[in-house]
Write a protein that binds this ligand. Structure first.
Ligand SMILES: Cc1ncc(COP(=O)(O)O)c(C=O)c1O
Length: 388
């Protein structure tokens, strides 16, 4: 018997930073929660009220495994009108327990044991882990600081083997904050099409964009084999309510998804699904206001880091993470963990670059999804700690 699959999955480096910060906080220390990405905002009022109404109306029973029909229809409309995805209808929409679960069921549905999936390096840890969990082999394709961490289609193509089944696109990107433009997406899709690969497009941060940037959905560019994954967590601050949705036009894969949804969750929390309908069909001003607030936080963190010679920050174009290369002059060593530990002693959270993959070594990530006040104060504390 081989080693159990779960030995390949780590317990989670960022969680350990969070736990240590919470311990410090319990001892009365001031802490700055720049380690993980959870929106500080409350859910929009109309979403909260829709959930209360659903609860009072007795919507507390099992729902259809793929999601309640009003939500599948609302998500279909949104994906067609806003994302310009060529969707065959609400039957192509599947409601998941967050985008995280969406990634798991999609990889599980697509992969045979040993199939390879190309991922950007660095990548959100759980994307990598969910490929492994589904029996696949995650293969990293490096994003270089010299190229602004941009995806390079030639490099993706060079990593393709006879076992490659899919490639992952994540724009806006966690951890770098990179946003891919239409031409870059088209170049990647061309490679996928030429080589017959599936494209898994993780668009969890589609609404968190800066400086007027546009989000382009890979599913809008004319290639059939794109599965698009969305989340209610970041767009509507519904992270704890655990709702996501995905679009898959392929009938064979869709049939597998139906089975997986039945056997993994048997439907997402019914009250949360009613909240998601209200979020997708109601006014979108809260989403826009949150993005504007994230931009203030990004600007505060960005300007504080301009005076810190020990870090070479990459300006986030989207998502709520600031990725920085650690200067060779940093006495603590080149591992992100050395700087993360150093900052933790000062109550400042961060995520060491290496948890996102080998090319993250010598980098560090700061999340700015906690309150604006905390980000602004944290930026000052960070500047002082690293200048001193
Ligand atoms: C890149 C990326 N994809 C997906 C998710 C999952 O979001 P959720 O499961 O809350 O919808 C996250 C969460 O941090 C993420 O960073």
């Amino acid at each position: 018997m081989g080693e159990h699959l779960l030995y390949r999955i780590p317990l989670g480096g960022i969680v350990s930073v969070r736990d240590r910060l919470l311990e410090l906080q319990a001892k009365g220390r001031k802490v700055y929660r720049l380690e993980s990405g959870d929106p500080s905002f409350s859910i929009p009022d109309h979403v909260r009220l829709a959930m209360i109404k659903a609860l009072e109306a007795g919507h507390t029973h099992y729902t259809a495994g793929a999601g309640i029909q009003p939500l599948r229809e609302a998500a279909a409309r949104k994906m067609v009108e806003e994302n310009r995805i060529a969707l065959r209808g609400s039957n192509s929409v599947f409601v998941t327990n967050g985008a995280m679960h969406g990634l798991y069921v999609v990889f599980r549905a697509l992969l045979e044991p040993g199939d390879e999936v190309l991922l950007p390096d660095p990548t959100w840890t759980e994307t990598f882990d969910n490929v492994s969990l589904a029996g696949g082999v995650p293969v990293r394709v490096r994003l270089d600081p010299e190229c602004g961490y941009r995806y390079q289609a030639e490099r993706i193509e060079a990593a393709i083997t006879a076992r490659t089944r899919a490639l992952v696109i994540n724009s806006p990107h966690n951890p770098t904050g990179l946003v891919l433009d239409r031409a870059e997406l088209q170049a990647i899709l061309k490679v996928a099409e030429r080589r017959g690969l599936w494209v898994v497009s993780d668009e969890a941060y589609e609404h968190v964009l800066y400086d007027g940037r546009e989000h382009v959905s890979a599913g809008s560019l004319g290639y059939e084999k794109v599965i698009s994954i969305f989340s209610m967590s970041k767009s509507y601050a519904m992270s704890g309510l655990r709702v996501g949705y995905l679009a898959c036009n392929d009938e064979r894969i869709a049939e597998r998804l139906v089975k997986l949804l039945r056997c993994t969750i048997n439907g997402v929390n019914s009250v949360a699904q009613h909240g998601a309908v209200a979020a997708l069909t109601g006014p979108q001003d809260a989403t826009r206001a949150m993005a504007a607030e994230y931009q203030k936080r990004r600007d505060a963190l960005w300007s504080a880091l301009q005076g810190v010679t020990l870090l070479h920050p990459f300006k986030p174009q989207g998502a709520f993470y600031l990725w920085a290369r650690i200067d060779e002059g940093w006495a603590g060593g080149r591992r992100g963990w050395d700087m993360t530990d150093f900052l933790l002693e000062r109550g400042i959270g961060s995520a060491p670059g290496e948890v996102f993959g080998p090319s993250g070594a010598g980098h560090i990530r700061f999340a700015f999804s906690c309150s604006t006040e905390q980000v602004v104060a944290g930026a000052v504390a960070l500047e002082q700690a690293l200048k001193g």
